[in-house]
Ligand binder design. Structure first.
Ligand code: AMP
Length: 414
């Protein structure tokens, strides 16, 4: 047997309904807030992420499924959606065709991470991005929408964390302060942190190595170094969230694992998911569109992990049951049964049939297992009279019905 690739999963019937539910709620919420759908390729040029996500991130350093294609081009499976969406926004000049560029996309991402519960190598995200708006009211709206989405799924006991990582004007002072505060402790940190200290000191907050944590916890916080404009922006975001009645906590270590964030960052955590408890995360990325060759436009968005939302979902979501099971009694009825099934399907009824000319008893047993609401029995004398028998499984009642009336009867009964 050839097994699935490590870190990838089949989403089987029985589980897929939960996925469809999450996706349907995602679309409904996005559309309610004025977002339109965009779909970008799964494969992109490697440099898009080196430039976009950032050279110093774990994603680019360690986790990309990058390779040289047969034409000699360096490409990669996308590890995240934002750079691809920004590319499409620029490539198609979407700000000219969309009055408010509010975009969402659903699809798979790929990262070569160590698989565990809630963390996979192929995983799926809802991505939401807005371009061209700098006002903090949008930050708060995006954060509030993310929380509404999680609530609409019935996922309780969550926590919203927010932070501000400043902008290119105040970041250098903060980086300098970080290095100064680290001082002699820097060599005690892990190898990754040593690299981060040179490439992008802010990334030190991503470190998960237990021994490093006491040192990192004692470091200064980004909010202490915000310039006036960033400070006002962060205050305003918090004011709007309070006005919405949306509880939050400021988390000083929330810098997120991507290089492009400016000002607002946020995450929603679920309390019932164990170690991989981040349901979604995002923030503002005001320099990214320009960095990727576009006009100087602000950006903000978030990505929600569908695997984790599906795991955290409270209620069972089941597959739709068939409306009808068509049972043919006797060989001569088989053709009529298939023709009737075709008609029922054309009328929009979920219809199953028996293919193997089994006994009436075996067909009823099968019908029962499928959970079909009705069995339509085709055969015998009734067939000659242009009638079929409709049995309602919940009550066990059955009636002879004119074949021409069967759709009407089934509709009124369901
Ligand atoms: P990120 O794109 O890293 O900002 O992550 C956004 C969200 O995607 C996280 O909060 C998770 O819910 C989800 N996510 C990220 N990486 C994985 C993964 N390897 N497996 C499953 N979900 C993931």
């Amino acid at each position: 047997m050839i097994a699935a690739v490590r870190g990838t999963r089949d989403i089987l019937p029985g589980a897929v309904e939960r996925w469809r539910h999450v996706e349907a709620v995602a679309r409904r919420i996005c559309e309610r807030y004025g977002y339109v759908e965009l779909r970008t390729p799964i494969i992109e040029r490697e440099e898009l992420f080196a430039k976009g996500t950032g050279e110093s991130t774990d994603i680019v350093q360690k986790e990309m499924y990058a390779f040289t294609d047969k034409g000699g081009e360096r490409v990669t499976l996308r590890p995240e959606a934002t750079p691809g969406i920004v590319r499409a926004f620029v490539e198609h000049a979407l700000e000219q065709s969309l009055p408010v560029p509010k975009l969402y996309t659903l699809g798979p991402m790929f990262r070569y991470e160590r698989p565990q519960k809630g963390r996979y190598r192929q995983f799926h995200q809802l991505n939401v991005e807005v371009f061209g708006v700098t006002d903090p009211s949008l930050d708060a709206e995006v954060v509030e929408m993310a929380c509404s989405f999680v609530r609409a799924l019935g996922i309780g006991r969550t926590e919203l964390l927010i932070n501000s990582v400043g902008c290119p004007a105040c970041r250098p002072a903060f980086s300098e302060a970080l290095l100064k505060a680290l001082g002699d402790d820097l060599p005690k940190l892990c190898g990754d942190c040593q690299r981060r200290a040179t490439a992008n000191p802010l990334r030190i907050f991503d470190c998960k190595v237990p021994a490093d944590q006491p040192i990192i916890d004692a470091l200064p916080h980004p909010v202490e170094f915000l310039c006036d404009a960033c400070g006002e922006h962060f205050d305003a975001v918090q004011r709007y969230l309070r006005a919405y009645g949306q509880p939050f906590q400021v988390s000083h270590r929330l810098v997120r694992g991507l290089d492009y964030y400016t000002r607002t960052t946020f995450e929603v955590l679920a309390s019932n998911l164990g170690a991989q408890n981040a349901l979604l995360g995002g923030g503002r990325y005001d320099g990214l569109v320009k960095k990727l060759g576009g006009p100087d436009r602000a950006g903000i968005g978030f990505a929600a992990g569908l695997e984790r939302l599906v795991l955290a979902l409270p209620e069972a979501v089941s597959a739709p049951v068939p409306d009808v099971f068509v049972a043919a009694i006797g060989d001569e009825a088989r053709e009529a049964a298939f023709v009737l099934a075709r008609l029922l399907r054309a009328e929009g009824l979920r219809t199953l049939v028996d293919y193997e000319a089994r006994s009436a008893k075996a067909q009823f047993k099968r019908a029962n297992r499928t959970g079909a609401r009705h069995v339509v029995i085709v055969g015998g004398d009734e067939l000659a009279r242009g009638e079929v028998t409709v049995k309602t499984m919940a009550t066990g009642e059955q009636h002879a019905v004119l074949r021409a009336k069967v759709v009407e009867v089934l509709r009124s009964a369901s």
